[in-house]
Design a protein around this ligand. Structure first.
Ligand code: GUN
Length: 334
């Protein structure tokens, strides 16, 4: 009889995620609604595997590239401009180059001294705008303080702006027109789509209002699309009662740049949590001398979630895959 009861109670419908939660026998698991003395239950958490998902996207891209080449056309070509010696930026660009090789794109890295003047960098951008052998390019941010990032972004030809940062592409995104969508928000949408996460009518709280992540993310999540159709709140450093607001989120997207900022008390049971943060923290136990820490206190938050990303193998690889998708798009549009 008890065994039967256990079977009956072993699945609990979870409204926020439209999924079923499995009852857990573990007494230490966080408790759900009172269920007499039978047992406690916990939401089964699923890790959103950006690494696996991006590998699939790269496979799809590589297949298209082989078709492009078979038709006698040249492969897509991405250029990356790297100014100075910032370790994280060097790493990001190295990964982008490696990704290009994997899908058989051509890539060019243009390394410039951090003493370069704004005028010289603008001249380099102009040169890339007019180079027909290059489909798209990025200028890795941040730039040295003496260079106005906005001036550089404004100088990029929108047809080659595979970062999706320039006004024309941002405007087109806001109007729902075909464009290059900024890589991180696009990667997150792709992750939500491929895991078939239901976003319609859900409350999506976005922590962070940057031009690169928070703001385009809000546009994408509120659009009449799937995923999308969410009710979106953008929160930031001046938002009042931030913890209380976050705990109303069905979907919490965190891009605030503060390590382990989101703690378990800020997360609703069954929420989908996407961690965009990636901060290098010194760590002598690592060969590199650092480890990456996200904006979410993963260890304590994970068991409350229906889905969550981890600082490595989560949003990062999806961002990189999106850049490849945009570069392919730039090539096909020519
Ligand atoms: N720095 C951090 N993220 C990005 C990005 O997506 N593109 C560029 N160009 N620079 C960045």
């Amino acid at each position: 009889m008890l065994a039967e009861l256990e079977l009956i109670w072993s699945l609990v419908y979870h409204r926020a995620t439209s999924k079923y939660a499995i009852l857990s026998e573990a007494p230490h698991a966080h408790s759900g609604p009172e269920m007499g003395s039978l047992k406690h239950w916990k939401i089964t958490m699923q890790l959103l595997d950006g690494k696996a998902c991006s590998a699939k996207i790269r496979q799809e891209i590589a297949k298209t590239v082989s078709e492009i080449k078979a038709s006698g056309q040249r492969a897509p070509h991405l250029a990356a401009v790297l100014v100075g010696n910032d370790g994280a930026s060097q790493n990001y660009v190295a990964f982008k180059v490696k990704d290009c090789a994997e899908v058989d794109f051509e890539s060019t890295t243009i390394r410039l001294e951090d003493t370069i003047s704004e005028q010289e960098l603008l001249a380099k951008v102009n040169e890339l705008n007019n180079n027909d052998a290059i489909d798209g390019f990025i200028v890795q941010l941040p730039l040295p303080k003496h260079i106005d990032e906005n001036k550089i972004i404004l100088a990029i030809n929108p047809a080659k702006d595979v970062d999706g940062f320039c006004p024309e592409n941002v405007g087109r995104l806001n109007l729902g027109l075909p464009t290059f969508i900024s890589a991180t928000p696009n990667g997150i949408m792709e992750l939500l789509k491929r895991y078939e996460i239901d976003t319609e009518g859900k409350h999506c709280v976005i922590l962070g209002r940057s031009n690169i992540v928070g703001t385009p993310m809000a546009v994408l999540m509120s659009r009449n699309t799937n995923p999308g159709n969410a009710t979106v709140t953008i929160a930031h450093s001046r938002t009042k009662s931030l913890a209380a607001l976050c705990s109303t989120a069905d979907i919490l997207i965190v891009a605030i740049g503060k390590t382990e900022f989101v703690t378990a008390d800020m997360v609703k049971e069954g929420a989908v949590v996407i961690d965009v943060g990636q901060t290098r923290v010194p760590d002598d136990s690592k060969k590199s001398g650092f480890r990456n820490v996200g904006d979410v206190d993963f260890e304590n938050v994970k068991n409350k979630c229906s889905y969550i990303t981890y600082v490595t193998g989560g949003v990062g690889p999806m961002t990189r895959a999106s850049l490849l998708q945009n570069t392919l798009k730039a090539n096909l549009r020519r």
